[in-house]
Structures are given as C-alpha cells and as structure tokens.
Design a protein around this ligand. Structure first.
Ligand code: SF4
Length: 323
C-alpha cells in the first residue's frame, strides 16, 4: 500500500472485453475481432472511512470499475489492492446493486437472503446465532426482526434496498461498493436511503466506493469525486472543490446538467448529444466531439493528467479557460 490511511488502492486498471461476433459469423462475413476498452488506466485511492464517488454518464466504465474492485471481473491490466481488515486479513468489498428488485431472489424469505453470506462464509457457529445476526442487521437498516419471515415482493422499493444493504452488512464488511444504489427509487425515498447509508458509514466506520451518474446525489455522500468519461478518469478532486471549481469541460457540463424536473430535455442539448461508442472512441481527447473548447490539438493529442492547485487532478489541454 502507498499509504496506511488507504482502504483501497487501484492502480492503472484496464479492462478489455472481447465483443466479437461468433467465430463462424466472423469467417463468413470476413469481420475482424472487436474489442471494447471499458476501463483504461484508471488509478485512484479511497481513504479508510471515506467515500469516493465515481461519476459519469451511462457507458463511461464506472460500473465495470465497481465489478473489478469487487472481483466480479478480473482486470486485463493493473491492480486492485485492499488494506488488511480489522482482523489482519485482506479487506473484502460487498456490493449494493442498483435494482433491489432484480438482486433479491423473490422465492427466498428475507431472513434467508440476509443469512446467505453468513452461512456461505460460516460466520456464525449455529443457526440460532445466524438468526440473531439477521435480526440485528435488519434492525440496523430500519426494518424489524419479524421482516425476516416475509418475501421481497411484500416490501416497497426503498425497503427492498434496505434488505440489500442488510445482506451486504451481514458479513460485517468494512468496504461497500454501491452501484447506483438509489437510482431506481423515487426521489423522496432516495434521500432516506442516502441518509441511512451516511449513518451506517459513521456508526460502522465503513468505507464506500459510490457509483452514480448524478453529481447531485453524490454531493452529500462523497468526500472526493472522480469524473469518468469513456473509460478514463478525466478529473478528480475533493467534493466541495469540484463543485466550486470544476476545471474539466465535461465536469462543468455535468454540473450544468444536474437533473432539473422543470426542463427534463435540457441535459442532452447542453451536453451535445450522446457519448461516442466505447467500441470506436474518438482519437486525441475522447471528449473533443462534444467539447465547447475543443481545438485542432484536442482531436490530435490526448491530454496528460496534471495536478490541480487543490491536490486534485485533471486531464485537459485548456483547463484555465471557462466553457
Ligand atoms: Fe475539451 Fe480539448 Fe480539454 Fe478535451 S482537451 S476536454 S477537447 S478542451
């Protein structure tokens, strides 16, 4: 580890997917193999007890990073290194998914869903102790011990996300990867779940990697924010510094397009349309087809990452100019 204060260090992480057609189709249609660089040279750290948010539009690679960190995907290149946990073993991350409806087995009672990691990792000596732990985590997330007997469909969306959080907490993790945990919920329920997650972080000393497409959601959760575009981090800074002084033109556009119910179609117009396909990324700076500051240099040469004055970093040829 580079620092004993870090819970996670991610170094030059790259993940390439083979998205080629089946072999026979490729031979008949004379098509080459195709590769998708979902994540490219991504480097960041998360301090113990802190929350780092990865933010960007759909397809920017942030969910792939989440799956690389939790071990659901293996990296093509680069490293994911966790600090030792409180027992001296390598820290393991638990994941909370976007859609609690899809991630909870509808045929299992809530008690069995929450008990699954406890049983799998043999964390309690008996079924009685397992049931006690299930009751405890259900209460920690604001449900009741009796809810263990019910099925997921008997709960609202917000309550189902509480069940997902209870399951993630059951094995007493120190690190949670939260992949858009509130984006499938109504706005009023989103705030309750975010408040719950903040409370849990304080009470249990958790560290979060928080994935979201929405800067407004992460503002009150994250200590630091890393903005991703087409598989790369383009800017990273402390949350308040990023909001008060966004340097990258993409970060500025994300801030300008924080969802507004009064103008739902404003975002895409301001953004200059959809992001390019990661299968065929533009040369130079990948943001140049949508960037209001783009010059000929931007289409030719990718900008290097440089330090911001506040200890953050940004990758843009012209960061001193305001869009
Ligand atoms: Fe825009 Fe050029 Fe900066 Fe890329 S390098 S963000 S295209 S100004």
């Amino acid at each position: 580890m580079r620092s004993p204060d870090n819970a996670l260090e991610v170094d030059q992480l790259t993940r390439i997917f083979d998205v080629s057609s089946p072999w026979l189709n490729r031979v008949l249609e004379r098509k080459p193999k195709r590769y998708l660089r979902a994540v490219q040279d991504v480097t960041f750290t998360v301090g113990k007890g802190k929350c780092l948010a990865l933010v960007g539009e759909s397809g920017c690679g942030k969910s792939t990073v989440a799956r690389l960190v939790t071990g659901l995907y293996a990296p093509t290149e680069g490293a994911v290194v966790f600090a030792p946990d409180r027992n001296g073993r390598p820290m393991e991350a638990q994941m909370i998914f976007q859609d609690p409806h899809a991630s909870l087995n509808p045929r299992w009672r809530v008690g069995d869903i929450v008990a699954e990691p406890i049983r799998e990792f043999k964390l309690r000596a008996s079924e009685e102790e397992t049931a006690e732990r299930v009751a405890e985590v259900l209460q920690i997330v604001g449900l009741s011990a009796d809810d263990a007997r019910r099925y997921p469909h008997e709960f609202s969306g917000g309550q189902r996300q509480r069940i997902s959080i209870a399951r993630a907490l059951a094995s007493e993790p120190e690190f949670l990867v939260c992949d858009e945990p509130t984006s499938a919920l109504d706005v009023s329920v989103q705030a309750q779940i975010l408040n719950l997650m903040r409370r849990l972080q304080d009470e249990l000393g958790l560290t979060y990697l928080f994935i979201s497409h929405n800067l407004a959601v992460v503002r009150h959760m994250a200590d630091r924010i890393a903005v991703m575009y087409l598989g790369r981090i383009v800017e990273e800074a402390d949350t308040e510094s990023l909001f008060s002084n966004p340097e990258h033109p993409y970060t500025r556009l994300l801030l300008a397009t924080i969802p507004d119910v009064r103008a739902p179609n404003r975002d895409r117009a301001l953004m200059g349309g959809e992001p390019p396909s990661p299968l065929d990324p533009p040369g130079g700076c990948a943001f140049h087809p949508r960037c209001p500051l783009a010059s000929e240099l931007c289409s030719r040469e990718a900008p290097a990452m440089r330090m911001r004055a506040d200890g953050g970093r940004v990758a843009c040829h012209f960061t001193d100019q305001k869009a």
